[in-house]
Design a protein around this ligand. Structure first.
Ligand code: TIU
Length: 232
């Protein structure tokens, strides 16, 4: 719902310091909230992870997503995954480790981490609207081998509110890529999660250390307050 009274700027109470954001130049970037990472039987579990660790991020992301939709903010969802013939999956990625199932193997939610399979889809709670952008990415970073940079440029985006999973892998890689490209990134702390709580904590610390070497970190409540949108 767009309305003429909506604020065009807001100050997010973030670390290492508050940051003023121009909302029309800000997008919400939701990283890889896919069944393959969140649910039993997907890629995350095949790697030996406890997928229940990630559930805590869903509600905070949902609250910010609702607010973003209400204010007309650009919303971009990403999905990590590969083409059915694996032509975009480097052997180094497919062959590493000793997972119970490898990328491309059939699993309970379809072939592991393959585009078009049930496991590759975004979880129902955060499902994209038809009007929202969905970026399919073969790597951990959302800019590598995708159209994300062109899309953000087209919409005049300068700032990103970043959330999703996992904190130290795809969120961190994307924030580093974005920072090098000149975007101000505000990472939503409780809107991220890791299979390893200690990596989550350190992943956020790495971003905001040294005066915000890669970006800013804020709780969803602080972002919502700055957006001045009721969550109820
Ligand atoms: N394994 C892990 O922590 N993450 C990934 O493989 N991809 C994302 O973070 N999306």
């Amino acid at each position: 719902m767009l309305n003429s009274a909506k604020p065009t700027r807001g100050v997010v109470s973030a670390e290492p310091e508050p940051i003023k954001l121009d909302w029309p130049a800000t997008a919400l970037l939701i990283i890889d909230m896919q069944r393959d990472f969140m649910e039993p039987g997907g890629f995350g579990e095949t790697l030996g992870n406890d997928v229940s660790q990630l559930a805590r991020a869903v509600k905070p992301i949902g609250a910010v997503l609702t607010a973003a939709r209400a204010t007309g903010m650009l919303v971009v969802h990403t999905r990590e995954g590969h083409l059915p013939d694996l032509s975009d999956a480097p052997p180094a990625k497919v062959e590493r480790g000793a997972p119970s199932l490898r990328i491309g193997d059939p699993g309970p939610m379809g072939r592991i981490l393959i585009r078009g399979e049930a496991g590759h889809d975004i979880i129902p709670e955060l499902y994209p609207l038809d009007s929202e952008i969905v970026i399919d990415k073969p790597g951990k970073g959302a800019f590598y081998a995708t159209e994300l940079g062109d899309i953000l440029q087209k919409y005049g985006i300068e700032n990103l509110l970043v959330c999703g999973v996992t904190t130290e892998v795809c969120v961190n890689t994307t924030v580093r890529e974005a920072n090098d490209r000149g975007y101000r990134c505000v990472v939503i702390a409780d809107g991220c999660a890791s299979y390893f709580p200690e990596f989550h904590e350190m992943g956020l610390k790495m971003i905001k250390a040294q005066g915000g070497i890669f970006g800013w970190v804020a709780d969803s409540a602080a972002v919502l307050e700055a957006m001045k949108v009721s969550t109820t």
